[in-house]
Design a protein around this ligand. Structure first.
Ligand code: ATP
Ligand code: MG
Length: 439
């Protein structure tokens, strides 16, 4: 079928005639393909990377992490609209490379197409600083701590305004002022300070949970809002980020299977949220958005949480960088797996086995000869035990467990349950062991 371009008034522009009608106008314009001036192209490209103040914080913090920082401080004013400053104690940038860092597609992190196929750093495109500098006033002070002097560079709207030697310590300070000062369309889409601040807080919390060995601090208008100890202990990072009560209700997860390691903490059935804001998943410590992964986690909770509720989870999935493609979306938050099914199954099993461990098992009598304490196994425990005994190769069967009524327990080992096809005897401990040690 021939392609027709039509204006809103319904009159065909006439494919092949070389004309297009402006929407809502009858004026005819000659199309002309032209290369956009760099300042326009830069702003378009920047728009993909920098959506709001939190995007700037994300890119700068990722750079600090890639530079091996152990302390990262973020300062903001007016929720980042007026100022964002990220200070780190990382490697710094050698003075003769500093201006290069602001060029689009300039990076120290990858060099070849092969590198692109196994990315081990958070950054890899060489776009972030160029994008930020295209839509804000930026200064970068950096030092490598060796015998070289440090450098201060100022860039505005993509133009380098000055480069000066500066004495300074090892590390980098990037200051971003007046974000979107030259892109009013973007500026007017910024939300209230409270909303933008919430995005920044959530983002920094996520990084703090992915990198417990780094001490993070967030200051707004000079006041400290949040900080983590950087002790390397995830539990301590959870306490600092979400508070002691939540941390107390969470259990460790650890499973290695099929070359995939799943590690983290998950909340039990009493800890749930009406959205997925506290269901955090990292892939090789990159905070990702992946609906199927989130579903795999929730699948393990099936029947445990009230409907419409979501669990509280911090999980890192570690796997060969060559088995995951992170070059999917400009924000680098989407990933694709070579062996998606393996990843989903490992995640689900890891979460389920941690939930089974959490399920109360009847305690053994402490006084010799005393009658064992009778405690009825919960329906959830039965469900988890039963699911663990099913063949894992048949995911489509998972949904259809028979409705069971728990009748009792034998020798604190077997759960007796009544189902539509008769009585079920479930070896609760064997099921538990199988989940833990299979493969
Ligand atoms: N805080 C920092 N400490 C040390 N080097 C830095 C820092 N920030 C940036 N750099 C250097 O500047 C380069 C350009 O940074 P930029 O963020 O633009 O690109 P990238 O991190 O390589 O890739 P991406 O666009 O995916 O973030 C980096 O490759 C790195 O060498
Ligand atoms: Mg970067």
């Amino acid at each position: 079928m021939p392609l027709r371009l039509e204006s809103r008034d319904g009159r065909g522009g006439g494919a092949g005639q070389g004309t297009l009608r402006g929407i809502g106008s009858r004026e005819e314009k000659t199309t002309m393909i032209r290369i956009l001036p760099p300042e326009v192209a830069d702003k378009i490209a920047a728009g993909e990377v920098v959506e709001r103040p939190a995007s700037v914080v994300k890119e700068l913090v990722e750079n600090s992490i890639d530079a091996g920082a152990t302390r990262i401080r973020v300062d903001v004013q007016d929720a980042g609209k007026r100022l964002i400053r990220v200070t780190d104690n990382g490697s710094g940038i050698p003075h003769d490379e500093v201006t290069l860092a602001f060029h689009r597609y300039s990076t120290s992190k990858i060099a070849t197409v092969e590198d692109l196929a196994r990315i081990t750093t958070l950054g890899f495109r060489g776009e972030a600083l160029a994008s930020i500098a295209a839509v804000a006033q930026v200064s970068l002070l950096t030092g490598t701590g060796r015998d070289q002097p440090g450098v201060l560079v100022r860039v505005e709207g993509g133009r380098v305004l000055g480069v000066e030697p500066r004495a300074g310590r090892r590390g980098t300070v990037v200051t971003v002022e007046n974000l979107f000062y030259n892109t009013p369309a973007r500026h007017c889409f910024l939300k209230s300070d409270a909303t933008e601040m919430a995005h920044i807080g959530r983002l920094l919390g996520a990084y703090a949970l992915a990198y417990p060995e780094i001490g993070f601090a967030l200051y707004a208008e000079g006041k400290r809002r949040f900080h983590t100890p950087g002790s390397g202990k995830l539990r301590e990072a959870i306490i600092a980020t979400w508070g002691l009560e939540i941390a107390k209700a969470m259990r460790p997860v650890e499973l290695v299977r099929a070359g995939i390691r799943v590690q983290g903490y998950i909340g039990g059935r009493r800890l749930s949220r009406s959205n997925r804001s506290q269901l955090l998943i990292f892939v090789n410590r990159r905070w990702v958005q992946h609906t199927l992964l989130a579903r795999a986690v929730e699948e393990a909770y099936k029947g445990l949480l009230p409907s419409g509720q979501h669990p509280v989870v911090v999980l890192n999935i570690e796997l060969d960088p060559a088995a995951v493609d992170v070059n999917v979306h400009p924000t680098k938050r989407e990933v694709r797996f070579r062996r998606l099914q393996d990843v989903l199954e490992t995640v689900e099993r890891a979460v389920r086995s941690a939930l089974i461990q959490e399920a109360p098992t009847p305690a053994a009598p402490t006084v010799p000869g005393a009658p064992p304490r009778r405690r009825r196994p919960s329906r959830e425990m039965v469900r988890l035990a039963l699911e663990a005994q099913r063949p894992l190769e048949a995911p489509e069967e998972r949904a259809g467990l028979p409705p069971l009524r728990v009748v009792g327990q034998v020798r604190q080992t077997y759960i007796v349950a009544e189902g539509p096809e008769g009585v079920y005897l479930i070896d609760q401990h064997a099921a538990h062991e199988r989940v833990l040690y299979q493969e």
